[in-house]
Design a protein around this ligand. Structure first.
Ligand SMILES: [Zn+2]
Length: 179
C-alpha cells in the first residue's frame, strides 16, 4: 500500500492482528522511505443492509451506531466494552442473516434488546426506555416483567436440566411489534 505521508509506492507490514471481534484485520505498516507508520483495516466488502426508520427514512446499517446506543445504555454499569462490541457484532450478523435488503429499525432494536437483556438488566431497561421513548411507560414495565418471567423460566430450567438432558431453551422470539 502506498505511503499516505510521502507517497512512496509501497509499505511494509510490521504487525497483523484481529480487530473488531475478528471481523477485521488491523495492520501496522511502515514506509521504507520516510519511516513513518500508519494503520490499515481489512474488512469484507459486503452488500449494504438498509435500515428503514420509523419515519420511513432509510440509512445504511451501521454497527458503530448500535454500539453507540449500547455504550449509552451502559452508563456506569460494570460491563466490559468488549462484551458490548460482541453484542453489536452479533446483531450485525443476525441482521445480515435475515437476507433482506431492508430491515426496519424496530427489528434491530428488538435484536439488541434480546441480547442486552442477558448481559445486564439495568442497561437493558435503560436501552428499552430510550429506544421506546416515544411510547408509553407501560411497554417498559411489560418488558421488565417479561424479563423477570424469562429469568424465572431459566432458573426452573436450570434446576430441571439434570433430569431432562434434552430440555429446550426458553423461546422468547415472538415479541409483539412495538406498534
Ligand atoms: Zn513514506
Amino acid at each position: 500500500m502506498r505511503c499516505p505521508y510521502c507517497g512512496h509506492h509501497d509499505s511494509r507490514v510490521l504487525d497483523s492482528r484481529p480487530a473488531e471481534g475478528g471481523a477485521a484485520v488491523r495492520r501496522r505498516r511502515e514506509c521504507p522511505r520516510c519511516e513513518r507508520r500508519f494503520t490499515t483495516f481489512e474488512r469484507p466488502d459486503l452488500a449494504p443492509v438498509v435500515v428503514v426508520k420509523r419515519d420511513g427514512r432509510r440509512e445504511p446499517f451501521d454497527r458503530a451506531k448500535v454500539l453507540g446506543g449500547l455504550l449509552k445504555a451502559r452508563g456506569k454499569r460494570p460491563i466490559p466494552t468488549e462484551v458490548l462490541e460482541e453484542v453489536a457484532a452479533e446483531v450485525e450478523r443476525q441482521v445480515r442473516n435475515l437476507g433482506e435488503p431492508e430491515v426496519p429499525s424496530s427489528r434491530i432494536g428488538e435484536l439488541v434488546m434480546e441480547r442486552l437483556r442477558r448481559v445486564d438488566e439495568v442497561a437493558f431497561v435503560r436501552f428499552a426506555s430510550e429506544y421506546r421513548r416515544f411510547q408509553d411507560v407501560q411497554s417498559i414495565v411489560e418488558e421488565v416483567e417479561r424479563l423477570r418471567a424469562h429469568k424465572e423460566r431459566e432458573e426452573q430450567l436450570r434446576r430441571q436440566v439434570l433430569l431432562l438432558p434434552l430440555a429446550e431453551g426458553p423461546t422468547n422470539g415472538k415479541n409483539e411489534p412495538g406498534r
